[in-house]
Design a protein around this ligand. Structure first.
Ligand code: PLP
Length: 645
């Protein structure tokens, strides 16, 4: 779309500004009224209006931040994945089936796991677990009878015997051996057991992934068996008479593989190992290609960290074709293909909506008036501010830096008052802003001014915690799309970065997805007095909310599931209250009753001293008790009637 700068800004322009048509996988749209819409069926005539959902939750007493889950997006992803494999199997006349498996660590939330299992029921969607607690959860879930439970991760005797328990409960369990010692451990625990789980071997490939998680594969990987260890494992199993338990080969070269070439190479190598193992008379039935199917977070379709240079169908084609080709060459049966795609299935389904509390910038709308009697250094700055132009801005800005340094030296020596310092600072900022503006007229903008611009940038303070809701942004610089959920038919006249409400300078978002490159600020609207302004953090359904921590004791956000019913009406269900202060405090060794008890003791003392009367003490205690039950985040503009109790 070609947009002329004179066109009135409409929803179509907003699509261009934020790029949701590129990274939204068809699940997002913008209404003519400028509202962000979720379209579970990829059909804009049937949509969920996010602002309306936020307002409805607010009426029920649940303010922002709120994590909205869209189970129909989980369904959509399961369908996309299984259809892609279905099509590839048909096209290449592959001689076996495909089974999706969801790695629970990607998002352990019950509603997510159950949602995926329900959506993938007819495709026999199974679960992958990486720890004993995850296995115990998977055992309890109602999964389709044909589906697999794959046990990865480090295993002790407890973990293995839990897998045996699962097998006795009738689940199709595979214990995947990742380390040589696990074989001996398995043999020991399995001795005398009648029902045993199947076994798998995690192989360490030469082929590596690409992108941020590429070290999960390759020679030095933390996981998997070398070729020699695979041979030894087979020998050990044969010696124990348990060779027939061996049913699966598995590899995983990392998450968010950005280049399809890496996937092809890994599939080829693993298929070859599969064929060779079969040649040795082992009846391997499953080839598990692990996870790694990536998400195009920035919509650029490139191999940059925030993107992938392939689509789901291409991935399925390459996996299916790659395995078939090797099996034919090697004259072995084709295995059931298993993939452990987690990010792909879960990423789209969750959106965090947070309210913006304030915009902060260093500039002041009403500077102190100059009297002409200011100290020389302040007058010098005023002079620079008056005379700086597009021709002299570099030199004048450098002069201003000298004057500013003088200003602070004089202040530190006690020779300037507070008002004069304030005037000097304001003038310096004015000069810096002008310098940045003038620098843009040059063909080439010097680094100095690029940096200065980012220092001067406005910050929008958002009522959420990066550490709780998008921890990978903090830990790995991962980018997530962010955009307003309303006013999208109004030109965003501001460019700002975002700061969360933690007292941590890392609690900021200063990089944003962009088609080309990465944006260092986001297009936002001017805040209006008394009117809430909401931003959505999107594609955060994989690895984020369940990995978040409670920095500054900001806890889990309120959650709700949002669906479209068959009539196209929005249904909000399974609303879950976020943590209150008491919940997060208790995680760190405090006890609610004890806290209240000590507040009570302090109040009693004051009453006994006669400095407070009984009823006042009682009401203060009630007050304290009530505050412990408040949502940990700032009071939200959406929540009428206070916090949800
Ligand atoms: C984490 C993990 C996955 C999931 O990877 P995605 O990139 O999210 O698809 C799959 N398999 C194993 C063994 C894992 O550790």
């Amino acid at each position: 779309m070609v947009i002329s700068p004179t066109d009135r800004y409409t929803s179509r322009h907003a699509v261009e500004t934020y790029g949701l048509d590129r990274w939204g996988n068809g699940y997002l749209d913008i209404g003519d009224d400028g509202r962000l819409l979720v379209t579970p069926g990829k059909d804009s005539s049937r949509s969920i209006d996010l602002l309306q959902v936020v307002q409805e939750l607010g009426k029920r007493g649940y303010g922002t931040p709120a994590l909205l889950r869209f189970p129909q997006l989980l369904e959509g992803q399961v369908r996309q994945l299984t259809r892609a494999f279905g099509r590839a199997i048909e096209e290449f006349e592959y001689g076996n089936a495909y089974r999706p498996v969801f790695p629970v660590k990607v998002n352990q939330a019950r509603s997510v796991v159950e949602g995926l299992v329900a959506a993938g029921w007819n495709d026999g969607l199974g679960l992958e677990v990486g720890s004993r607690p995850e296995l115990l959860t998977a055992i309890a879930l109602n999964t389709p009878p044909e589906s697999l439970i794959l046990c990865n991760g480090f295993k002790d005797a407890e973990y293995i015997s839990s897998a045996i328990l699962a097998a006795r409960l009738g689940k199709k369990v595979v214990v995947v051996i990742e380390k040589p010692f696990e074989i001996a451990q398995f043999l020991e625990v399995a001795r005398g057991e009648e029902v045993l789980p199947m076994l798998g071997l995690r192989i360490r490939l030469q082929a590596r992934g690409s992108g941020m998680w590429e070290k999960s594969g390759g020679f030095a990987s933390k996981f998997g068996l070398s070729t020699l260890q695979v041979v030894e494992a087979m020998e050990a199993l044969e010696a124990a008479g348990l060779q027939q338990q061996l049913a699966l080969l598995h590899f995983h070269i990392g998450s968010q593989i950005t280049e399809i070439r890496k996937i092809k190479k890994a599939v080829q190598e693993a298929s070859r190992i599969y064929a060779k193992v079969r040649h040795q008379g082992v009846d391997i039935r499953y080839l598990d290609v692990g996870g790694g199917l990536g998400i195009d977070y920035d919509g650029s379709k490139t191999s940059s960290d925030a993107s992938v240079n392939y689509g789901v169908q291409e991935y399925a084609n390459d996996v299916v074709f790659g395995i078939k080709e090797v099996c034919e060459q090697e004259h072995v049966e084709m295995p059931t293909i298993v993939s452990e795609s987690g990010r792909m299935l879960a990423a789209y389904h969750a959106v965090l909506v947070a309210d913006v509390r304030a915009a902060v910038s260093g500039s002041s709308s009403t500077p102190l008036p100059m009297t002409g009697r200011e100290p020389q250094v302040v007058q010098d700055l005023a002079e620079v501010a008056r005379n700086i132009t597009v021709k002299n801005y570099r030199e004048f800005y450098h002069d201003a830096i000298d004057y500013r340094d003088q200003l602070f030296s004089l202040f530190n020596l006690g020779m300037l008052g507070l008002q004069d310092r304030a005037k000097g600072e304001t003038l310096f900022r004015e000069i810096a802003e002008k310098a940045v503006r003038y620098s843009k007229s040059a063909k080439f903008v010097a680094d100095e001014f690029v940096e200065l611009e980012s220092e001067l940038r406005e910050k929008y303070i958002c009522n959420f915690s990066v550490f709780q809701s998008i921890p990978d942004h903090w830990a790995l610089d991962q980018l997530f799309p962010v955009m307003p959920i309303h006013r999208l038919n109004e030109a965003p006249t501001r460019r700002a970065t975002l700061a969360d409400i933690t007292c941590d300078s890392d609690g900021e978002v200063e990089k944003f997805v962009d088609l080309k490159d990465i944006k260092d600020s986001l297009e936002l609207h001017e805040l209006r007095e008394g009117e809430p302004y909401y931003l959505a953090f999107l594609l955060i359904g994989a690895y984020q909310d369940t990995m978040g921590d409670m920095h500054n004791l900001f806890g889990r956000a309120h959650e709700a599931e949002v669906m479209l019913d068959p009539q196209g009406k929005t249904v909000i269900r399974s609303v879950r209250r976020g943590d209150d202060a008491r919940d997060t405090i208790q995680c760190y060794g405090y006890d609610e009753e004890e806290l209240i008890g000590s507040a009570e003791a302090a109040l009693r003392k004051r009453v006994n001293q006669g400095s407070m009367d009984r009823s006042e003490a009682d009401s203060l205690l009630d007050d304290y008790r009530r505050r412990l039950r408040h949502y940990t985040y700032l009071d939200s503009p959406a929540a009428r009637g206070g916090d949800a109790e």
